[in-house]
Design a binder for this molecule. Structure first.
Ligand code: GLU
Length: 523
């Protein structure tokens, strides 16, 4: 059974107030990271699947920060996690930043709810005080290890008599609250793993619910919050699958209806190894710094796993929402091929260029970055004009020639257009006639002839035509094709390697080609 909230949908029609009320279960899902570190690919995938599930069902996607492990808190992590969700295009509908009716959305601000739940469990004898010292627990652990058993609490304090408990409480003996686990296990139907059953009491001691410092453990806090925040579906990593039996016992003991559960298989490297946080290269901030587009990252993450009818590349968020199918999530681990991130980015960059809305934003971003990178070196500010920037980005369309597309051919992120190989696009090179003559004795003739050719118009309209004209020029000037190309490359970019000469000429445009060649001819 799902924890459902009945929602009323009412509307007015043609003046007469017609109250049409439908009742439907409201989907509410949550992403519940602990701010003990920054958002990484595994976390982003859990958040994304929650967001897709909620958006598809017009539900709410909630960000809840589980900050009860005070010792491991990382300063700034909580804010950074929400920043990254916003960057990725999946901001929560409810969070401490955004507000909402079911807050606070940070567990350390909800302590009263947890202690109320613990009191109620104590009252109904589903929980008990435990006064065992850390030394005793440590001893139990060591003994278990020595005899080759899995360490577990021996439930000793379960059996304290009420007067013993009262006495210790009166003396102020430090204590925790533990949950009395039921033996036996009720099966539950996970939306991914199917019918699941875990006899938790057979393998674990009674778990702590409330710690000595008054903070709840994850188990109590997550159950209490899932209830009070009216969470209808819990989509979380499969590492939590075995905890679910415990959570269901807690729900039952508290008299609450549990949500439905869907456990997402692990995200692993392509070779099946664990994604390592220590390498640092799986943190979302890192991808952002490397100019990876958020939609490429979302596409890559979903490409690794199941949840879709097919595995095509190039889906944007709206398509992911439309095509997501929770029943297609399999129990196999999802294998992530991070080497493909550039390929995905190239595809999505191209989509941004082709879409008129995103193209305008992209052009402005490129303009700002060109200014930032090359600012004082830019002598001709025409390179900052929209039509020039658009030509650089959209070369393929303009020329109907796939092989010279700046962006689709070689560029997978804007940053590359700001690097050394493409600096010719923004900065006029300083090249002397002597430097050109060192490449070819006929350099001056070549430059003059190309100025004439380009100045006459039309030649710089396609690579085919340009290459044909340049070949004719080669034989007319009695030089070699490679000399001609080397002279042009140097005059136009001051470089000896880089994109093809035809691509350079096409992206610079006729006028700029002439200006550069003329400058090179000046004594
Ligand atoms: N705080 C837990 C985590 O960081 C949340 C687990 C859950 O979603 O219940 O994984």
């Amino acid at each position: 059974m799902f924890g459902c909230v009945l929602r009323r949908v009412c509307w007015k029609r043609s003046g007469a107030r017609r109250s049409v009320c439908t009742t439907q279960p409201e989907v509410r899902v949550r992403f519940a990271p602990s701010p003990t570190g920054f958002l990484h690919l595994g976390g982003l995938r859990t958040a994304l699947y929650n967001a897709l599930f909620a958006k598809q069902r017009r539900g709410a996607f909630i960000l809840r920060l589980e900050d009860t492990d005070r010792a491991r808190l990382v300063p700034g992590a909580a804010d950074a996690i929400e920043d990254m969700l916003e960057w990725a295009g999946i901001p929560p509908d409810e969070s401490s930043r955004r507000g909402g009716h079911y807050g606070p959305y940070v567990q350390s601000e909800r302590l009263q709810l947890y202690s109320q739940a613990a009191s109620s469990l104590l009252h109904t004898c589903h929980a008990y005080y435990c006064f065992c010292t850390n030394q005793r627990l440590e001893l139990l652990k060591r003994e278990a290890q020595r005899s080759g058993h899995v360490p577990r609490y021996d439930n000793r304090c379960r059996h304290l008599r009420p007067e013993q408990v009262q006495e210790k409480l009166a003396l102020g003996v430090p204590r925790v609250v533990r949950f009395r686990l039921d033996s036996g296990a009720e099966p539950f139907q996970d939306l991914v793993f199917g019918w699941t059953r875990h006899e938790v009491a057979a393998v674990e001691g009674d778990p702590v619910l409330l710690k000595a410092d008054g903070f709840p453990t994850y188990h109590l806090a997550s159950v209490v919050d899932d209830h009070h925040m009216r969470i209808s579906h819990v989509l979380r990593g499969s590492e939590w699958l075995i905890s679910t039996a415990k959570h269901l016992q807690l729900f039952r003991a508290l008299g609450w209806t549990p949500p439905a559960y869907a456990h997402l298989p692990l995200l692993l490297n392509r070779d099946g190894s664990k994604l390592s946080k220590r390498q640092g290269d799986i943190f979302i901030q890192r991808f952002r710094e490397q100019d990876v587009l958020p939609e490429s990252l979302l596409d890559l993450i979903t490409h690794a796993g199941s949840g879709f009818n097919n595995n095509r590349i190039g889906r944007r968020l709206d398509e992911l929402i439309e095509e997501f199918n929770i029943s297609k999530i399999t129990t196999h681990s999802a294998l992530l091929d991070l080497d493909k991130v550039h390929e995905f980015n190239r595809v999505h960059l191209q989509r941004r260029i082709e879409d008129p809305h995103t193209r305008v934003e992209l052009m402005e971003e490129l303009r700002q970055r060109v200014l930032h990178t090359h600012g004082s070196d830019i002598s001709d500010h025409a390179v900052l004009e929209p039509h020039y920037i658009q030509r650089v980005l959209q070369l393929r369309k303009q020329l109907k020639d796939v092989c010279v597309c700046v962006c689709q051919g070689h560029i997978s992120c804007l940053q590359e257009l700001l690097g050394h190989s493409y600096s010719y696009l923004w900065v006029r090179p300083l090249v002397s006639l002597q430097q050109l003559k060192d490449v070819s004795a006929e350099a001056a003739d070549i430059a003059a002839a190309v100025i004439q050719l380009v100045g006459a118009g039309g030649s710089v309209s396609s690579t085919e035509r340009l290459n044909r004209e340049l070949k004719l020029l080669t034989s007319r000037l009695n030089t070699t094709h490679s000399s001609l190309m080397r002279v042009l490359r140097l005059a136009l970019s001051a470089q000896q390697k880089g994109p093809s000469v035809a691509e350079m000429m096409l992206s610079l445009g006729e006028q700029e080609v002439c200006v550069r060649l003329q400058r090179a001819l000046e004594p």
